[in-house]
Design a protein around this ligand. Structure first.
Ligand SMILES: Nc1nc2c(c(=O)[nH]1)N[C@H]1C(S)=C(S)[C@@H](COP(=O)(O)O)O[C@H]1N2
Ligand SMILES: [Mo]
Length: 313
């Protein structure tokens, strides 16, 4: 179980201000356990044991890209999750998020408003694996096997009222577990995101419960996150607690914090530069080479129709 990349001291940047007492203890304990050859629960394991849970799920080959996967360890150690700090090395800090119990509230313009425990949600929908390209607005990219189900399946389950036009998704707000929320108090917490109803219903839009054939680790957004692979990564909101169907376009986290830099649609587009950098190329995690950015991150065949009559504002 222990692997080099899982060792706590590697890649750790100054983070003392973010470390909780519990985490300092956990880290010390982990180091001792590694030294003694023991295996303790820690950040190098999935957030929850996979026993009795539906992983790995069958791969959907049609909706998977045929590309080499990003190394699991690399993806698990380079994350964006501002709730735990504004650098990439948040994987250990994220372990202070408590997942038990976790429920998701689904409301707004739906026929059957519902609050469901995560465990029940995970079993309610057949899970499948899809290997997707993923592209952060900061120009790093990866290829990852996500496990989950279509957003559309959830929408059909609760029933969408005819007036609904957008889906709004929201992350937890727990400054005692997520010190980024406490220390970076000026951000518009909780993190939220939004999609048009048509985007949410697209085949590619996925609610994700697992990655690399196992339940999601906390740093990747356990227990439930969104993945919309044709959009920049900030749209793929992590650790969801609420989903609402709404009439008006919702305010979203990055779009509110810096509207000139982060649009609502945020479709991957090599021709539209970020105000501070070009989007023409991207760097695959775990490699030094840059490659060309693809329109819609390579998913134009599935999503270009959604935008036929529209330009990103
Ligand atoms: N709640 C929440 N979701 C989030 C973020 C965040 O800071 N908070 N960061 C986003 C950004 S910018 C990216 S690139 C992806 C990163 O996902 P990963 O760390 O699993 O690779 O998560 C997105 N979802
Ligand atoms: Mo990102």
């Amino acid at each position: 179980m222990d692997r080099d990349w899982q060792l706590p001291e590697r890649d750790v940047t100054p983070e003392s201000v973010f470390l909780s007492r519990r985490e300092i203890l956990a880290r010390g304990g982990g180091a001792l356990a590694v030294g003694a050859g023991l295996s303790l629960p820690g950040p190098w394991q999935p957030a929850r044991a996979a026993e009795g849970r539906p992983y790995p799920a069958q791969r959907n080959a049609e909706l998977s890209v045929d590309l080499p996967l990003t190394d699991e360890a690399v993806a698990a150690a380079y994350n964006n999750f501002y709730e735990f700090g504004d650098d990439k090395r948040i994987s250990r800090r994220a372990q202070s998020l408590e997942l038990d119990p976790w429920s998701i509230e689904i409301g707004g313009l739906v026929e059957r408003p519902t609050t469901i425990a995560f465990e029940d949600l995970e079993r309610r929908f057949p899970l499948e694996e899809r290997v997707y390209r993923f592209r952060c607005v900061e120009t790093w990219a990866m290829v990852v096997p996500w496990t989950g189900f279509r957003v559309a399946a959830l929408l059909d389950w609760v029933g969408v009222k005819p007036e609904a036009r957008y889906v709004r998704l929201e992350t937890f707000h727990r400054p005692t577990q997520a010190l980024g929320q406490l220390l970076s108090f000026w951000y518009p917490w909780p993190y939220s995101e939004g999609l048009t109803l048509a985007e949410a219903r697209n085949d590619l839009a996925m609610l994700v419960t697992g990655v690399y054939g196992k339940p999601l680790p906390k740093q990747h957004g356990a227990p439930l996150r969104l993945i919309v692979p044709w959009k920049y990564g900030f749209k793929s909101i992590k650790s969801i607690v609420r989903i609402d169907l709404v009439k008006e376009r919702p305010k979203t986290f990055w779009n509110s914090a810096a509207p000139d830099e982060y649009g609502f649609f945020a479709n991957v587009d090599p021709l539209v530069p970020h105000p501070r950098w070009s989007q023409a190329t991207e760097k695959l995690l775990g490699s030094e080479e840059r490659q060309s950015t693809l329109p819609y991150n390579g998913y134009g065949k599935w999503v270009a129709d959604l935008y036929r009559d529209r330009r990103e504002p």
